[in-house]
Design a protein around this ligand. Sequence first.
Ligand code: C2E
Ligand code: CA
Ligand code: CA
Ligand code: CA
Length: 281
Amino acid sequence: ARTGGRNRVEVYDPGMRAAVQAARELEHELRGALAAGEFRLVYQPVVTLADRRVTGFEALLRWTSPRLGPVGPDRFVPAAEAAGLIDEIGAWVLREACTTAAAWRRDHPGAADMTMAVNVSAAQLASPDLVGSIAAALAESGLPAGALVVEVTETALVGDPEHAAACLAALRALGLRLALDDFGTGYSSLAHLQQFTVDVLKIDRSFVSTMAEGEPMPAIVRGTIDLGRTLGLEVLAEGVEHEHQARLLAEGNCDSAQGYLFARPLERTDAEAVLLEQVAR
Ligand code: C2E
Ligand code: CA
Ligand code: CA
Ligand code: CA
């Protein structure tokens, strides 16, 4: 407790001041990061639950700052949004992911149909640049639009639902597929499914983690899979860490999965090795 006076309390709160300072430092370090080549993508395999084949990858952004060390996207993506840098970084992510996917599809016969998923944040979805930068990434890389999956979270849709709907429609018109990420964690998930047309439903890890060994499928997971399938969507479970979860999801007709059980997000060459191995089988 502190005696307030007329000044705002934050000014005297050392914890708050440190947080503001840290956010400023993060933004400062982020400014030159793209030009300095400090970003890279890692790729987490997506596997079918029925036969555990790799059908594609999700590109996940990594940043190693020379001064701060590795910083996770949960921390730097919001900072990049606040600093007005997310469009530029997002455009780089799209070009890099599309170029990589196009090369893998060309070089590996077994990967001719593989997909690449890219995350798009709320601020990116709100930006007038997004559709153009995705179209440019597809054109430059030669990746067929149908091979690209754009992942949006429900929270990205709530701010300006009309704009979001128009943007998603424009993206689908390009021929790519849309995934609703972290499904079930947002506010009024069911309403979103009705309002926005998507192709893939990604069941959030927090639901998958409730699947305990020797117990039946939790009703929420079962309900989500059934709902997605009834709507004709591909249903993908995130954060699958245990064999019993994969088995139960497969029995429940969930299409595909990602998670540490199958593979962690992999460096580019390691991800490519996974493709090679699969061709050899
Ligand atoms: P997300 O899209 O929900 O990504 C899934 C996160 O779960 C990733 O964390 C991934 O490394 C992690 N993960 C995957 N499998 C497992 C598992 O079996 N167990 C556990 N505990 N975790 C698992 P990551 O890479 O730290 O990314 C965090 C979030 O940052 C992402 O959540 C996404 O929202 C955002 N993000 C990542 N890359 C990008 C990007 O290029 N652009 C934008 N806008 N956001 C990004
Ligand atoms: Ca995602
Ligand atoms: Ca997710
Ligand atoms: Ca998430």
